[in-house]
Design a protein around this ligand. Sequence first.
Ligand SMILES: Cc1cc2nc3c(=O)[nH]c(=O)nc-3n(C[C@H](O)[C@H](O)[C@H](O)COP(=O)(O)O)c2cc1C
Ligand code: SF4
Ligand code: SF4
Length: 439
Amino acid sequence: MADLSTNFLGIKSPNPFWLASAPPTDKEYNVVRAFKAGWGGVVWKTLGEQGPPVVNVNGPRYGAWHSQDRRVMGFNNIELITDRPLEVNLREIKQVKRDWKDRALIVSLMVPCEENAWKSILPFVEDTEADGIELNFGCPHGMSERGMGSAVGQVPEYVEMVARWCKQYTRMPVIVKLTPNITDVRKPAEAAKRGGADAVSLINTINSIVSVDIDNMRPWPNTDGFGTHGGYCGPAVKPIALSMVSEIARAEATRGLPISGIGGVETWRDAVEYMALGCGTVQVCTAAMVYGFKVVQEMISGLSDWMDEKGYTSVDQFVGKAIPQVTDWQHLNLEYVVKAHIDQEACIKCGRCHIACEDTSHQAITNMVAGERKFEVIEEECVGCNLCAVVCPIENCITLEPVTSGVDKRTGRPVGGHRTWKEHPNNPAVHAKAAAAAE
Ligand SMILES: Cc1cc2nc3c(=O)[nH]c(=O)nc-3n(C[C@H](O)[C@H](O)[C@H](O)COP(=O)(O)O)c2cc1C
Ligand code: SF4
Ligand code: SF4
């Protein structure tokens, strides 16, 4: 059987599934239940500095975007960091670490962007014997208005500065949790590395308003009539997070920097996708909040079965394996040709592919053949865009098949070559280069 254990910055856990810093990791009661259910690690709900705890709204703090079958696709919150006293959290963290030595226990922190504030809290966290800290530079609401969270994460110089203080004042591994509310996520990741951080984790939540109550003309959810943007997470954000993870994994300045992947992980397959793009562990919040702690059991058995099937005996064997295949558009092979193919046995003749292609793509699918309702691809018109396969309600009924020999019936050009935009004659830069060479 495959070995699912991970060693992330020297922090060992029996599997790569960690709970992200959020309500599921808010207290000993939750974390113990999570460990009993099988989670490999947790990042404790973000602690703030000593003093009066933060105050949350008493109105609804969560909202969601549901699919038509009421599945939670996107989840939104305006919750702040922990609202429990610092000493209570620290006492519970210490106890949990004592009782669960084989699990990873990371403490998330957010204190004002001042050296003394960080210097003061770190010894208390060290005393708990937690395995590491995660710096919450991502929270996009409430705390950011007070100069913390994403207000720090959006300024690479601050990220570097705080990471450096933390490395200076603690022996614990430092993970910097990044905000996605930024144009180029590579910049804060580079800054974290410059500051000495041992790893980055991403993403925290995305600025969002999930809906507007159009009868009363106010955002929903709202507190006493007024709403504010919250942080968005859940399955809807996974594609954004995967892209950001891949950017950091590929960039020269951050290549090899350990990454903990977060955002919309619900199944073992989601986790494998993050790991294939270079994540040593994954973190989960929404799936645990929606389905409960036992979702991890499916993740563990699914990952184990998949690894056995693929012949992987340890997770290191596939971490980062998809990175070399992620590239920039300009390096894609423009001579590669595919055509849609419809499995007539599987087709239920709903007509969605025809309408999609007819109205918005390339008029390459019939709806009538010899007087009969029939959906067939017209290869002379098909550009292989994939829209029909995306809209077809039957999985794998439409597939995109590579054309490997002969000519592309649409263009009349031979297939099988390799030419990117960088070499393409329509690229003005290619002409400029040729002209310069001729001079
Ligand atoms: C209700 C709620 C509270 C959260 N609180 C924190 C927090 O205190 N600290 C933090 O770093 N991230 C916090 N997050 C963000 C999560 O840790 C995580 O980055 C995000 O939800 C994306 O993961 P997911 O798609 O699995 O939910 C919170 C998320 C939610 C939904
Ligand atoms: S791949 Fe695109 S162009 Fe080809 S049939 Fe499908 S929708 Fe039409
Ligand atoms: S969308 Fe799929 S099922 Fe519907 S007609 Fe097209 S191929 Fe058939």
